[in-house]
Ligand binder design. Structure first.
Ligand SMILES: *C/C=C(C)/C=C/C=C(C)/C=C/C1=C(C)CCCC1(C)C
Length: 249
């Protein structure tokens, strides 16, 4: 009797992780990496001046929100061995717009208007809501919804590579900012392009049969670690280099 009760509550206390469960491993690694990055960005926030505090705070919020969701997602995966789609998209709908805020914050001193931020946020929400619909409600038409989602992705990539965001950076005459924008542009172009590949691995997706179904979560987990932590580190090094210039000037 007691053993039965303990067995029932055990999954809530102790996530199961089996040998060979590589997706499960990446959920655990992801949760710890996000947690550690959050601590790092918070501590670094106290070491920089002025507006850089906001940028590093947003970096910490991005990895912090992701860390909380990864703790849920890894338990969900451990118990069900299926994709924690809802937690995943709730995480993204909070963290991806915050990445757009990050662009606004670094460009604000060079004349970025709030409209730039809202435009990028709009397209990120577009991308994620339509992607969610394709993964869940309209799974049999996932290719069409994936294409609609990609429109939002393309607008963000355009802004960062050629559009308003890039033009502001180019006109800033700040080599640190221009360099950071170039690297962030590659994050969007290559790092974010990882996600549609994962999406295409779902059942009925364009790459189903080519990639195993479990590849989706593996790809999303790797993408999140690269993009959220890497993105934050680019902002961090921009903050440190600009801050040093301030202090020695
Ligand atoms: C921290 C989380 C990030 C940076 C998430 C980014 C997600 C994407 C860029 C997702 C893009 C998608 C498409 C472009 C088409 C297929 C559906 C999505 C949502 C996977």
């Amino acid at each position: 009797m007691n053993a039965l009760v303990i067995n029932n509550i055990q999954p809530f206390l102790l996530a199961q992780l089996q040998p060979g469960d590589y997706v499960g491993f990446t959920f655990f690694i992801g949760s710890m990496a996000m947690l550690a990055s959050t601590v790092f960005f918070f501590v670094q926030m106290t070491r920089v001046e002025g507006k850089w505090k906001d940028s590093l705070l947003v970096s910490a919020l991005i990895t912090g929100i992701a860390a909380a969701h990864y703790f849920y997602m890894r338990s969900f995966w451990a118990e069900n061995q299926t994709s924690p789609t809802e937690f995943r998209y709730i995480d993204w709908i909070l963290t991806v717009p915050l990445m757009c805020v990050e662009f606004y914050l670094i460009l604000k001193p060079y004349g970025a208007k709030q409209s730039l931020m809202w435009r990028m946020i709009f397209w990120s929400v577009w991308m994620l809501v339509t992607g969610y619909l394709g993964e869940t409600v309209f799974r049999s038409q996932s290719a069409i919804w994936g294409a609609i989602s990609t429109v939002g992705y393309a607008f963000i990539a355009y802004d960062v590579w050629f559009g308003g965001a890039r033009k502001l950076a180019n006109s800033s005459a700040d080599p640190n900012l221009q360099n950071a924008m170039r690297i962030l542009g590659w994050f969007i172009f290559v790092g974010w392009a990882i996600y549609p590949i994962g999406y295409m691995a779902i059942e009925g997706g364009l790459l189903s049969g080519v990639l195993p179904v479990k590849a989706m979560d593996l790809i999303y987990n790797i993408g999140d670690a690269v993009n959220k932590i890497g993105f934050g580190l680019v902002i961090y090094s921009l903050a440190i280099s600009s801050n040093q210039k301030l202090q020695t000037a």
